[in-house]
Design a binder for this molecule. Structure first.
Ligand code: NAD
Ligand code: TDX
Length: 339
């Protein structure tokens, strides 16, 4: 089996590459990644010498490069993780989000149509459903919940989902889509809530909590997401959407307090800052479908996963310190100074 994994130098994609090479040692995994600010080749160092792994630096929007790779590899499956993924950046500058997340998806699917494919899998997000009110804990996103997006990021992901479904209906492309809740774990880029708070706390820097910190996210350990996608690409029904989430809803402020406690840092580091524009209040996934059809259940409890994650950041300081010492400083300054 030949599998192209796009965005495999990023957070979830790299965890998926590691998972697949371990779970299916007979498979060939080809990682296609543009190495944007969020992609890191050093992350893939442990598998670079694996004969069943190939890395190709390319943009999913580059039709010639993508078609060339399909010509060479004739993949059985494509799993598309490649995306601009940070909501705050999409609010600052939406253009690249539309380009990569929508046009890039189109290019990949055009290549699938031309060369033939057993499965095209689109890695999507729960953010395509918009948000839920805080005072209705009985409500959850199901696969039937209408798409109702808030940010340029989530709108670009929703547009891509619709395009993927159109390619299924119009051209019969064998697709699946997964919509997962917030992931956390190793190799999470330091601009995102959990690694940002860990890095800042370790440096005794302020912990910038947006608004009142009462927004709720449904956190899933990244390995559980990877296992769910593995199940979907093998056993999921063509044309179907699968929600992935672990019923682990937490308020941002509570996450930040847990990180302070685990690192033995004072909560006085917590600084409330101006809220994110259009900030979604609550995400909550109903994962009944993937459980009933594919037997998936999350394996890592948050209490364990957050400890594993913090430990990883303590043991892999050079990975994230290198990232935050470069161009990231300008980003941080722009987003957080005078906020
Ligand atoms: P990430 O930002 O950490 O990684 C994205 C990767 O895609 C990087 O390696 C980057 O270099 C690559 N990339 C970006 N533009 C590209 C292009 N034009 N061509 C080729 N490669 C390109 O993102 P992530 O958090 O790992 O998210 C991966 C996918 O999962 C995304 O599609 C995202 O929407 C989705 N998702 C993320 C979460 C989450 O909590 N992080 C939750 C649900 C869904
Ligand atoms: O400095 C911060 N302070 C803060 O309060 C940051 C970076 C975030 N937040 C809040 C905003 C959100 O309510 O924390 C919450 C989580 O923020 P992010 O880590 O930016 O994640 P989110 O916006 O929820 O989106 C993530 O989950 C869904 C991923 O980045 C998306 O790619 C995925 O689709």
């Amino acid at each position: 089996m030949n599998i192209i994994v796009t965005g495999g130098a990023g957070f979830i994609g790299s965890n998926f590459v590691f998972h697949m090479l371990k779970a299916h040692p007979e498979y060939r995994i080809i990682c296609l990644d543009k190495l944007t600010y969020a992609g890191n080749l050093s992350t893939l160092e442990p598998v670079m010498a694996n004969p069943n792994f190939r890395f190709v630096k390319a943009d999913i929007c580059d039709r010639d490069a993508v078609f060339q790779l399909f010509e060479e590899e004739h993949p059985d499956i494509v799993v598309n993780f490649a995306a601009e993924s940070h909501v705050d950046r999409s609010i600052e500058d939406p253009g690249i989000f539309l380009q990569t997340n929508i046009v890039g998806t189109q290019v990949l699917m055009d290549a699938c149509r031309k060369y033939g494919i057993k499965r095209y899998h689109q890695v999507s997000t729960d953010e395509v459903y918009g948000d839920l009110p805080l005072d209705r804990p009985d409500l959850f996103f199901t696969e039937e919940t209408p798409l109702h997006t808030s940010s340029p990021y989530s709108s670009s992901k929703a547009a891509a989902d619709l395009l993927v479904q159109a390619y299924h209906r119009t051209y019969g492309l064998p697709i699946t889509i997964s919509r997962c809740s917030n992931n956390y774990g190793p190799y999470h880029f330091p601009e995102k809530l959990i690694p940002l708070m860990i890095a800042n706390a370790l440096a005794d820097k302020p912990l910038p909590v947006y608004g009142e910190g009462i927004n709720v996210r449904d956190w899933l350990y990244v390995e559980d997401h990877c296992k769910a996608i593995d199940l979907i690409i093998h056993n999921g029904r063509e044309g179907e959407v699968y929600n992935i989430g672990g019923h682990n809803e937490m308020r941002n402020i509570d996450i930040v307090k847990i990180i302070c406690k685990e690192l033995n840092k004072p909560e006085s580091l917590i600084t409330y800052v101006t809220d994110r524009k259009g900030h979604d209040m609550r995400y909550a996934i109903d994962p009944t479908k993937i459980h009933n059809e594919l037997g998936w259940l999350p394996e890592t409890k948050f209490a364990d996963g957050i400890k594993l994650t913090i430990q990883w950041y303590l043991e892999n300081r050079s990975w994230w310190e290198t990232i935050i010492s470069g161009e990231y400083q300008n980003y941080y300054e722009k987003m957080y100074s005078n906020r």
